[in-house]
Design a protein around this ligand. Structure first.
Ligand code: ATP
Ligand code: MG
Length: 356
């Protein structure tokens, strides 16, 4: 079942259904988009019945994953009384009213099952003018959900579009409203900027509009965009309250540590995860080939690769456990730097001559 079959099935059951948002916007710009948003007059229960699926509903939205494509099916709605994007939602039957509650005209263009474009709010016109304009009054729209300021900036940066004058004016005088948003929402939007190849344009626009301070992030002048978004975060300084998992924080710290060491050598590779080194390498200007070449040339990759076993080492050092740690570090450094061969014989001679 693909996106167009979903539209057909919903229609066969008497409902209206269209693709809307990013997919249509990108389609008209000739860009391939993997995520699809569908808007329909069917309620979540009716969507499940019509598509013969059982799926959990989340805030009136059914989410499907079909062949790697993420599809959100949302019921036509009216929203009011925003409070950090938890508005009161009323399901409705009118497409145009559903489109009016959205943010920008370029995000309110619809496509039906035969790829026909339905565009009552003239989003296509704004798309052709490469301009981001709110639907209806800018002040009301951006005040209702200040995250829309960040969404506008993201769209402007990734497509190279201009922001309508009223949006720019609003941001200049109301940037502090962004502080009222949850760190989770702010992070999601920042992630969407950082993961694009236009990340630098996005950060520059945030800087130009003096939003970096409001967002409590600091971007270094020599910022480099990395494939892994955590590499980008590692370069930024940001408020503690941005939500990351423990594992993500550990990765950010590891990347920062490697970068602060200023060089990548065999010791760095020995001590860190290859993925972390590769990411730090992007920031430091090391090519992937160079790093992979270094890994291949390493005589040992972990302490377990030492030719002399722990048992043999303990015996040689007569059970002096604290000394063992220093000896092991010394052996690893010498072997990695090519000053000692990783063979039982050479290691034993070295220990006798230097540590006895
Ligand atoms: P992309 O998926 O490429 O990030 P998108 O425009 O599809 O871009 P989504 O977050 O998937 O963004 O949202 C789908 C649609 O829902 C948007 O195009 C827009 O019409 C509407 N929308 C999303 N977030 C908001 C918001 N905060 N305020 C108003 N409308 C929104
Ligand atoms: Mg989308």
């Amino acid at each position: 079942m693909d996106k167009f079959e979903i539209l057909s099935q919903l229609e066969e059951h008497g409902f209206k259904a269209y693709i809307v948002g990013g997919y249509v916007r990108d389609y008209l710009l000739g860009i391939e988009s993997c995520d699809v948003d569908i808007t329909t007059s069917a309620t979540p229960v009716e969507v499940c019945e019509a598509l013969k699926i059982s799926s959990k509903e989340n805030l009136g939205c059914i989410t499907l994953k079909i062949d790697g494509t993420h599809i959100d099916i949302t019921t036509f709605r009216k929203e009011k009384n925003y409070k950090d994007r938890h508005p009161e939602v009323t399901f409705i039957d009118d497409l145009e009213e559903d489109l009016r509650r959205r943010d920008f005209t370029i995000n309110a263009i619809c496509m039906d099952k035969s790829k026909r474009i339905i565009d009552p709010l003239n989003g296509r016109d704004a798309l052709e003018r490469r301009c981001i304009e709110t639907i209806g009054n800018t002040e009301t729209k951006l005040r209702e959900d200040p995250l829309r300021m960040l969404r506008a900036i993201r769209l402007a940066a990734i497509y190279g579009f201009t922001l309508d004058e009223t949006i720019l004016e609003f941001i200049k005088t109301n940037r502090s409203l962004i502080k009222s948003l949850s760190y989770e929402r702010k992070k999601t939007e920042l992630d969407k900027i950082l993961c694009r190849k236009e990340a630098i344009e996005g950060l520059n626009l945030l800087k130009r509009l003096r939003l970096l301070e409001t967002l409590e992030i600091d971007v270094p002048d020599d910022f480099v965009r990395t494939e892994d978004v955590l590499g980008c975060w590692a370069e930024l300084r940001f408020a503690d309250r941005y939500p990351f998992t423990k594992k993500e924080r550990a990765k950010i710290e590891a990347i920062r540590k490697i970068v602060s060491g200023q060089k990548i050598d065999k010791i760095t590779l020995f001590e860190h995860d290859l993925e972390d080194v590769l990411c730090a390498g992007e920031i430091m200007g090391y090519s992937r080939e160079k790093i992979v070449g270094m890994v291949e040339a390493m005589p040992i990759h972990s302490p377990d690769d030492l030719a002399l076993s722990n048992r043999e080492l303990v015996e040689m050092l007569e059970n002096d456990i604290p000394k063992m740690k220093s000896v092991k570090n010394d052996l690893i450094n010498r072997i990695l730097s090519g000053n000692l061969l990783n063979s039982v014989e050479h290691i034993k001679i070295y220990i006798i001559e230097n540590w006895k």
